[in-house]
Every structure is written in structure tokens, then in C-alpha cells.
Design a protein around this ligand. Structure first.
Ligand SMILES: Nc1nc2c(ncn2[C@@H]2O[C@H](COP(=O)(O)OP(=O)(O)OP(=O)(O)O)[C@@H](O)[C@H]2O)c(=O)[nH]1
Ligand SMILES: [Mg+2]
Length: 482
């Protein structure tokens, strides 16, 4: 079986990790990885975090901010010249000026925020100033799901992917792809058009799995959904075969697929882990638990599976392909359910219990002794306010906001203008219920427009409102700003 632990592969990955730049010569830097599956809320989280730090947002649970020890936070050029810069200014303009959510981002990006602060020891006693460079790396969680591929050859990848496509929830959505795959003889002569056709059909099937009704999460290869800058290249143009054999005939369809699959691993997967993942200090994994809950138990179970796979990339120890390559060690991981503003605060603890339940398997499967894992239910940007309405004598806790255009509850389709009170329903007391079909609660989560950000009498834009963003920051950065 192909294995990354062979010297060649490991040396290949290690090659560049020894050359970490001396960026932290004068001041320490922290590399914070921000990940999550597409639409989980990565871009909104980073924008809100930076905006709140630069503009001195209200963050009582973030000790350095609460104690006024942060003197200044500002953006500086990032250390990695070859990585796209996170489009902070554009995202903030969208959120605050245009009141729309930022556009989907498709690749890795980076932003450096420098924080000047008074040290905790100096604070209140004698003046002592320090500086921290926070390097934030935004990358798609889908790409992490590729790590297990490094251990698999093409035949194994094919068999597993086809079995998944034939599973109960997916078979209907996969039928077009499966039909096409059945027609393709793996030992037939290699044919670019046929290979591309099957690959396109496979990608369409994967994309359909992500849609709201199914909201499935485990869909490797990650670049097929989030191609980044290699879209259209042969390394991204292959597909699993239904009638795969253990030995491909030279010049056959299978041989062509195999070669491309191996190129995918060498050109895409390994460099990604080497250049980005093995250099992180802290990691936040964002999940859209609400989308999964809305879609039902299969989506919740699938999200759990994806989370286990994502987290296992960061797991230290012998079972991890990356262990010997870590240049730094991830010592903190925060798993955060975003968009808690869709719920009344009475349900926030229950949402946190759902996240706890989702990560339980990861912690149980040992090895995380060195990294502390924390969970939080938060909203990086709070788009709603809370209220109580009287429903025939019964008091209902509701959230009030402007549902985005086209969102619907039952027969009602929203116009994107009208403010509406939504009763989101209660999350169950026991998160286990979300994994069982019969006890699914009726949930109503709609997407809201971003909030109108207030201005002071002097015309200064206040920072973006949030829920527990400060708690997340305290966990991730509190001890680095002592
Ligand atoms: N109400 C609310 N909605 C949010 C919040 N964060 C994200 N969203 C919603 O989730 C969508 C996706 O957020 P993004 O930050 O763009 O997600 P992403 O993970 O960067 O997505 P990709 O770039 O596509 O991978 C947004 O368009 C919003 O509709 C939040 O804090 N509150
Ligand atoms: Mg994004």
C-alpha cells in the first residue's frame, strides 16, 4: 500500500518546512489557521475579528481588551509573499456599507494583524509595551479531508468513493454519474474526452451533495469542490471508476485516471499540508451546525464524520502522517458553531452541547493530550436582535432580523427588505436526538442580512456586533497577550 511514511514522501514534505522565515526575530508571531467547510463562516469570522480588534469593539470576555491593555491593532504586510492576501477591506465594505455577506472565497489567503499591548505584568504597575504579529490563514476545510488520500491508491479511492455514491442518501443524486461510470470500461483505451466527461459528472454529484437539502460534508477530493488555482488541470480531472482492477493496463482509461490521481496527491495535497498546515500554532474549526440540523440526521452524522477527519489532521502522535513534519505544534484548537444569532440566547448553551457532542469522538480517540480543544457557540456577526412575542397567551422567544431575499419559511418567501420575527424552535435538551430521525425537532433557520452598523454622532462607524467572539479570542489569544 502506498504510504507517506516512506522516506521519499516524507523527505519531500519536510523539504520546505526547515526554511521557516525568521519573521519572529524581533516580535513573536502566532499563526492562526481558520478553517471550516464551504460557507461555514470563515471569511465573516476573520473580518469580524480584525474589525473588532482594530476598532476597539466591545469584548468583555477577551481579557486584554476588557482591561484596556490593547493600545493599537493594525494591518501590516503578511510574511508569505506567494499567498493571496485576505480581502479584508472588500469584505468589510460589503458587510458594513453594502449590508451584504462577503463573496465565497475559493483558496488560501492570509492577513497579518499586529497588536500592540501593555503586558499584564506591567499593567497597573509600570509601563511595559509589547507587540504580537497575528498571521491569520483562511483555508477550505475540504482540503483537509484530502489527508487520508495520501495513504490510499487509486483502486482503494475508487472503491470507497463508489460505495459512498451508492449509499442510501446519495444514490439518487449520484445516478447520472454512476450510469456514466458503468459505461466506461476501465481497460479501454485512454480517452481525454471520456475522462473529462466522467470527472465533470463526478464534480456535479459532489456539488449537489453540499446543497441545503442534503448538506453532506465528507466529499473528497477536496479540490473538486474548491478547485483553487488549479482548476481545469489534469491533476484535477479524474474520477473514481466502478470497474476498477488491481492492475491497470498501460495506456488504458484506468492508467490515465491513476496517473492523475497520483499527480493530485503530489502536486496538490502534499504542498498544501507542507506549506500551510504544518506551520500553524492555533486552529479554529468553524462548523455550520444549523445547516446540518436543518437538513436532518444524515447531515448531522456526516458533519460529525467530517469533523473527526478534519481534527485528525491536527492530532499529534504516531497515527498522524504529518507528525514528524510539524514545524510548530498546534497547541489550541477551537471548534466553533457560528451563526448562533439564528437562535435565541436560551438555546446557545444547547448549541454548544451539540458541538461538544460532535467533537466527543475526536477527543475520545485519544492523542489530543497536548492540544487543548475547546468548543463555543458564537456569531462572528450578529444579524439579529432578540424579542419575546405573545402567541395566544404563550410567550415565544424569537429572533428579529431581515431574512435574506428568497429565504422561505413554509409558504412565505422573504423579500430581503422586511424585518421579521422568527421563532427558530428549540434545540433538543439532549444533542443525541439530532442523530435520530424520529425525534428531529422542527427547526426554522433562515439566512438573515448583515446588521446595520451604528455610527456615533461624530460619524465614526462602530464595530460589528457579535455573540461570544470575545470568548473565542480569549481562548485563542488570551495567553499570548500576557
Ligand atoms: N447570521 C450570521 N450569518 C453568518 C455568520 N457568519 C457567516 N454567516 C452566513 O454564512 C455565509 C457564509 O459565510 P462566509 O464567512 O462567507 O463562509 P466561508 O466559510 O468563508 O465560505 P467559503 O468562502 O465559501 O468557503 C454568509 O454568507 C452568511 O450568510 C454569522 O456570524 N451570523
Ligand atoms: Mg470564505
Amino acid at each position: 500500500m502506498a504510504s507517506l511514511t516512506s522516506l521519499g514522501d516524507e523527505a519531500l514534505i519536510a523539504l520546505d518546512t526547515v526554511s521557516e522565515r525568521a519573521t519572529s526575530f524581533f516580535y513573536p508571531n502566532v499563526r492562526l489557521g481558520v478553517t471550516g467547510l464551504s460557507r461555514a463562516g470563515k471569511s465573516v469570522f476573520i473580518s469580524a475579528l480584525v474589525h473588532n480588534l482594530i476598532h476597539g469593539g466591545r469584548m468583555p470576555l477577551f481579557e486584554p481588551a476588557h482591561n484596556n491593555r490593547i493600545s493599537k491593532a493594525y494591518l501590516e504586510p503578511q510574511p508569505d509573499d506567494g499567498v493571496p492576501r485576505f480581502a479584508y477591506e472588500k469584505h468589510i465594505e460589503d458587510l458594513i456599507k453594502n449590508q451584504i455577506w462577503p463573496e465565497s472565497t475559493r483558496a488560501v489567503s492570509q492577513l497579518r494583524l499586529t497588536i500592540e499591548y501593555e503586558t499584564a505584568s506591567g499593567w497597573g504597575r509600570f509601563f511595559s509595551r509589547n507587540k504580537l504579529h497575528l498571521d491569520i490563514v483562511d483555508y477550505p476545510g475540504e482540503w483537509l479531508l484530502d489527508l487520508p488520500l495520501l495513504r490510499k491508491d487509486f483502486a482503494t479511492f475508487s472503491r470507497e468513493s463508489i460505495a459512498r455514491a451508492k449509499s442510501e442518501k446519495r444514490t439518487e443524486i449520484a445516478s447520472e454519474f454512476l450510469d456514466l461510470a458503468d459505461k466506461l470500461e476501465s481497460n479501454a483505451e485512454a480517452d481525454e474526452t471520456a475522462v473529462r466527461e466522467l470527472s465533470d459528472s463526478f464534480k456535479t454529484y459532489l456539488a449537489n451533495c453540499r446543497k441545503d437539502e442534503l448538506a453532506l460534508s465528507t466529499l473528497p477530493p477536496g479540490r473538486f469542490l474548491m478547485p483553487g488555482d488549479m482548476e481545469g488541470s489534469p491533476a484535477l480531472t479524474f474520477a473514481p471508476l466502478t470497474n476498477v482492477t488491481d492492475h491497470a493496463e498501460p495506456g488504458s482509461i484506468q492508467a490515465m485516471m491513476e496517473r492523475r490521481y497520483e499527480a493530485y496527491k503530489t502536486l496538490v495535497v502534499k504542498p498544501f499540508f507542507r506549506e500551510h498546515i504544518t506551520r500553524l500554532d492555533h486552529q479554529i474549526v468553524l462548523i455550520d451546525a444549523m445547516q446540518a440540523i436543518n437538513a436532518g440526521p444524515d447531515a448531522v452524522a456526516d458533519l460529525e464524520r467530517a469533523l473527526v477527519e478534519i481534527m485528525s489532521c491536527f492530532r499529534p502522535g504516531a497515527g498522524n502522517l504529518l507528525t514528524s513534519l510539524w514545524q510548530r505544534r498546534i497547541d489550541k484548537i477551537l471548534v466553533a458553531a457560528t451563526k448562533a444569532d439564528h437562535l435565541h440566547h436560551e438555546s446557545h448553551d444547547r448549541l454548544e452541547a451539540v458541538v461538544d457532542r460532535l467533537v466527543k469522538n475526536v477527543t475520545v480517540s485519544a492523542g489530543f493530550a497536548n492540544a487543548s480543544i475547546e468548543t463555543v457557540a458564537m456569531a462572528a456577526v450578529r444579524a439579529t436582535k432578540e424579542a419575546t412575542i405573545d402567541d395566544g397567551g404563550e410567550k415565544l422567544p424569537v429572533v428579529v432580523g431581515i431574512p435574506a431575499k428568497g429565504e422561505r419559511i413554509g409558504d412565505e418567501i422573504f423579500d430581503g427588505i422586511r424585518q421579521t420575527a422568527v421563532f427558530p424552535g428549540d434545540l433538543p435538551d439532549d444533542p443525541e436526538a439530532l442523530f435520530r430521525m424520529e425525534s428531529m425537532p422542527q427547526q426554522r433557520f433562515v439566512r438573515f442580512k448583515p446588521p446595520k452598523v451604528e455610527r456615533t454622532a461624530e460619524g465614526i462607524t462602530l464595530s460589528l456586533p457579535h455573540i461570544r467572539l470575545d470568548k473565542a479570542l480569549q481562548f485563542l489569544l488570551g495567553d499570548r497577550l500576557q
